[in-house]
Ligand binder design. Sequence first.
Ligand code: GLU
Length: 445
Amino acid sequence: MDARLEAIRDTVLARNPGEDEFHQAVTEVFESLGPVHDRHPEFLEGAVLERLCEPERQIIFRVPWADDSGRFQINRGFRVEFNSALGPYKGGLRFHPSVNLGIVKFLGFEQIFKNALTGMPIGGGKGGSDFDPRGRSDAEIMRFCQAFMTELYRHIGEYTDVPAGDIGVGGREIGYLFGQYKRITNRYESGVLTGKGISWGGSLVRPEATGFGTVIFAEEMLKTRGLSFDGQRVVVSGSGNVAINAIAKAQALGATVVACSDSSGYIVDEAGIDVGLLRQIKEVERGRLKDYEARRPNVTYVDGGSVWDVDATVALPCATQNELDGGAAARLVRNGLLAVGEGANMPSTRDAVAVFQDAGILFGPGKAANAGGVATSALEMQQNASRDSWSFAHTEGRLTEIMVGIHDRCAATADEYGDPGNYVLGANIGGFVKVADAMLAQGLI
Ligand code: GLU
């Protein structure tokens, strides 16, 4: 790492102790930015990096709610409003027991660059709670969401901060959150949240967008080597919204997706995963992947273990951060891997990324490859602002244009900085320069 940047990075780490994932995300971005600061000394003079690493505002709050047996439960809520140089803070809410300030900050930091890469007018933010939705009734989910919004509402707004979903927050939760916001504020402010239901201000393609976008991005990477998804053997991790829609899109492009996972284990279905059955189990029944085995012939369910033991030509990590380590990466490379598209945020460890890059594997980092979700959220905001709703075909066309645009910008930036094919470099520099220019233009704030 460039010595000037390393000194700034060390200060950031020292003043944010114990936030490992945030440290990891900051370090990874800083490693790409040395050459930019050679060309743009004004970024150093303007203390852009120091400002960028300090969120504009961080909100931590108590979320008190009552469970079905009447017991009082207390969770912790977060919203980190990281950077508003390009637009209102934008980013999802994650409900998962692993959520803490460091996790929310890593996600918010990544979101700044991701959102910049989309070319849409959105800043970066993230939030969530350590609430565990697993095993909770619908009524408990509703009461939790209402309690969460009872504090959050005062911090958000169509022109201020626009939350959406992430792990543990889907259409159902956005519905309860929106209802409570409307009730407290007495405003039908469609643009305050994205991921809404289609009959009340949502956008077609938003549910599919992250998974579809990841595959579109990976297809563009494959094209640079004269390849495509057609005939590829694909392994996907996860079985939530991003994973399911990545599987659907990869198979629509002619690939066979042979495996996916949940937090308990993974399935191998050599005939290609039946997406309809997977949706039924995960989205309708809210069940476990193990149930898939009994309902389809010739499927193996592996309890525990790692889905990355299954060989693939294309790997799409769509579960969570640091789920794919250096050992798994080396095994995939040995077994014929060609490309990786990150559907999740930071799913590959730094070791894994180094293994992929050293082996010359096409590697699309999450902040570029999974930007389709938030980009389509921005399209939802556009439709809300104009009180319009677009067709599926039109919206999917916009998503495709945006993903191809992100791919091409990352590739062109990597070329410009002398490291062709390095999408990590291209994404970090491409996103950073846009935000840095806007920050300098807006003065010392
Ligand atoms: N949580 C998603 C992400 O990581 C989507 C955020 C949004 O739509 O605002 O980008």
